[in-house]
Design a protein around this ligand. Structure first.
Ligand code: IMP
Ligand code: MG
Length: 175
């Protein structure tokens, strides 16, 4: 069977939900500037769309992390492959992620970032798989809660493919 992608969340539904999140964030950060932090590469599509829907002043920075593990599960020890360009001192930081799975990566990352003295720090994720959680991370904004299925699109990859899909889908036909 050829590898295909079945739509789980359509382009329209994804766009609508991101618009709602942007409106909520704009209300919550009224009178402030929000400093968005993108966790590369998966978070980049979501962060760009979200940033366009936020009406308070926005600044952005990017970081890239890779987690040490045995290939099938992350240990939660994260290596910072590309660090942020700017300090977080006194900023209202919103970390933007594609998906929270076990929570190991974010648990470690939030701890590292918190030590840099932001004024506040919150977490926004497009997708959440609560059934898979191993580490307890507080998520402030969630696009969609999804079941325990491996999804692609909107930044998420399967072997580096499918990040560019404008919807969330499930890969079918893989051995
Ligand atoms: P964790 O929360 O530390 O387990 O790791 C989360 C990371 O694993 C995410 O940032 C993704 O890069 C990757 N990941 C988890 N679930 C999926 C999925 O369903 N599709 C694609 N990548 C995933
Ligand atoms: Mg990620």
């Amino acid at each position: 069977m050829a590898e295909t992608v079945k739509v789980m969340i359509s382009e329209e539904d994804t766009a609508r939900r991101i618009r709602e999140l942007g409106e909520q964030i704009s209300k919550d950060y009224k009178g402030k500037q929000v400093h968005l932090i993108c966790v590369l590469k998966g978070g980049v599509f979501f962060m760009c769309e979200l940033a366009k829907r936020i009406s308070v002043p926005v600044s952005m920075d990017f970081m890239s992390v890779s987690s040490y593990g045995d290939g099938t599960s992350s240990t939660g020890v994260v290596r910072i492959a590309k660090d942020l360009d700017e300090t977080l001192e006194g900023k209202d930081v919103l970390v933007v992620e594609d998906i929270i799975d076990s929570g190991r990566t974010l648990y470690y990352l939030l701890d590292v970032l918190q030590k840099r003295n932001p004024n506040s720090m919150r977490l926004c994720t497009l997708l959440d798989k609560p059934d898979r959680r191993v580490r307890d991370v507080k998520v402030d904004y969630v696009g969609f809660e999804i079941p325990d299925e491996f999804v692609v699109g909107y930044g998420l990859d399967y072997a580096q493919k499918y990040r560019n899909l404008p919807y969330i889908g499930v890969v079918e036909g893989v051995e």
